[in-house]
Write a protein that binds this ligand. Structure first.
Ligand SMILES: [Zn+2]
Length: 450
């Protein structure tokens, strides 16, 4: 051992490192030193070799090392409903296919198996953190914890009985129990997840506001998803949903507002001023013909814009590379400006901005000393990403998730040479197939195509 050198757990040497912070920087021939799950240094490879004695050294000579991608809005148990019904109007899709199927299968086993399939898919696509929103958050959180995957688990609140809770009081009692059970957990934390303004009462929102402040957790909800939603709320309360949330005191830096396809300039300014995070879910919005989030206007106004896939029933994948590309392109189209939502910003939206929305930006989202080692390695030597002029644009505009080779969460290797570490892939596929048989038997026959 060299005198003056330090023992560490892991040294990852990469052709390129995209730290995301500082913004727009791409480092060449740099190494990330990791010890006890955290990043201890980011420095040139030669210096790293002189300074550290790693127990494991990984050489990524053809790769870009990036922060693990952060999927800021998803319903991962619904991965088991992928492709059940497509190309249908929103209400036909929901009322005739998704809800009836869900009603028959929802429960702890469905939730556990859906999340496990989702974790496998996310890891193979370079995603290391999910902002989750579904029923049975106890089982969801336990599954993420067991698999060593980072997540913020939504505590659902909705104004009608479900398999998870029968009354308003029960939703809140169970939310408190689940929150307590994950207090201090290294990987899993919680957020309130009121479904949407049109399914949650003022009274519940008031309870959520008080409790979210006390527990110091985010509030994650769908809103302004469609023009129809905004019109219906105006008929009911005389207010736009956002105005109602403002009146209830929920427009603040805890709020994670998902979709936001309908926004006035005043609402955009209010989001910026209050520190609201907006989650852009372009593929779900496009597929359900919901509308277009003004992502570039939000960015310009200084709003924290993150990216989410939404659930697999409306996407139909958890591919954050694909989603980030779509987000950037849609933002350009909506802004009528090719320079809008550039590649460096798109990468930031898919990493650090998602972390910030979830209150995790001190911990993850960029490759900086002191942060957790949540990292993804992307092989850029494939012919699909050659020739290579600009790393950030290649990652956003040309890279496919199949180019993700290795993934770490809190310094633990989760994907090695595209193979899932410590996950029973055959078992996941067998359970998924069993669910497929059960769900196909429930779902009404698909309409015959002419
Ligand atoms: Zn959603």
């Amino acid at each position: 051992m060299n005198s003056g050198s330090t023992d560490i757990d892991l040294l990852i040497e990469a052709r390129w490192v995209v730290p995301v912070e500082p913004h727009g920087v791409v480092l060449e021939h740099h190494a990330v030193a990791v010890d006890k799950g955290a990043i201890v240094a980011l420095l040139p490879i030669a210096e790293a070799r002189a300074r550290y004695v790693p127990r494991e050294r990984v050489e990524l000579g053809e790769h870009a090392l990036i922060p693990g991608l952060v999927n800021c809005h998803t319903h991962n148990p619904m991965t088991l409903l992928r492709g059940l019904a497509d190309d249908l109007p929103l209400m036909v899709w929901l009322q005739q296919h998704i809800w009836p199927a869900e009603a028959k299968v929802i429960g702890p086993e469905f939730v556990r198996d859906g999340v496990e399939l989702a974790v496998a898919e996310m890891l193979r696509g370079g995603t290391t953190c999910a902002n989750e929103n579904y029923f049975f958050p106890d089982v969801i959180g336990a599954t993420y914890r067991r698999l060593g995957f980072r997540a913020v688990v939504g505590l659902p609140v909705i104004e009608f009985p479900t398999a998870w809770a029968k009354s308003q009081d029960e939703y809140f009692e169970r939310a408190a129990e689940v929150h307590d059970s994950f207090r201090g957990d290294a990987l899993v934390s919680t957020a309130f997840a009121p479904h949407a303004p049109y399914t949650v009462s003022d009274q519940s929102f008031e309870r959520i506001r008080v409790l979210a402040d006390q527990l110091d957790i985010p509030v994650h909800l769908h809103t302004h998803e469609t023009a129809h939603e905004v019109e219906e709320e105006k008929k009911k309360s005389g207010l736009r949903p956002f105005q109602r949330l403002q009146k209830l005191g929920l427009v603040n830096d805890r709020l994670i507002a998902v979709h936001m396809t309908q926004m006035t300039d005043g609402e955009i300014a209010a989001c910026a001023e209050a520190g609201v995070s907006v989650v852009h879910c372009p593929e779900s919005n496009l597929k359900l013909a919901s509308g277009f989030c003004p992502a570039e206007k939000l960015r310009k106004a200084g709003v924290n814009v993150a990216i989410g896939t939404d659930g697999c029933a409306s996407n139909n994948d958890l591919d954050m590379f694909g989603e980030t590309r779509t987000a950037a392109m849609l933002a350009k189209a909506v802004a009528n400006d090719a320079a809008a939502f550039d590649a460096a910003y798109a990468l930031r939206a898919a990493t650090l901005n998602g972390a910030r929305a979830m209150g995790l930006d001190a911990k993850i989202g960029s490759i900086e000393p002191g942060k957790q080692a949540d990292l993804s390695a992307v092989r850029l030597s494939d012919l699909e990403t050659q020739p290579l002029f600009h790393v950030a644009s290649q990652l956003v505009y040309a890279t496919g998730r199949h180019q993700v080779t290795d993934v770490w969460i809190a310094g633990a290797r989760k994907l090695a040479g595209r193979v899932l570490v410590d996950m029973d892939t055959d078992g996941i596929l067998a359970r998924t197939h069993a669910w497929r048989e059960r769900i196909a038997a429930i779902d009404a026959p698909a309409p015959v195509m002419a």
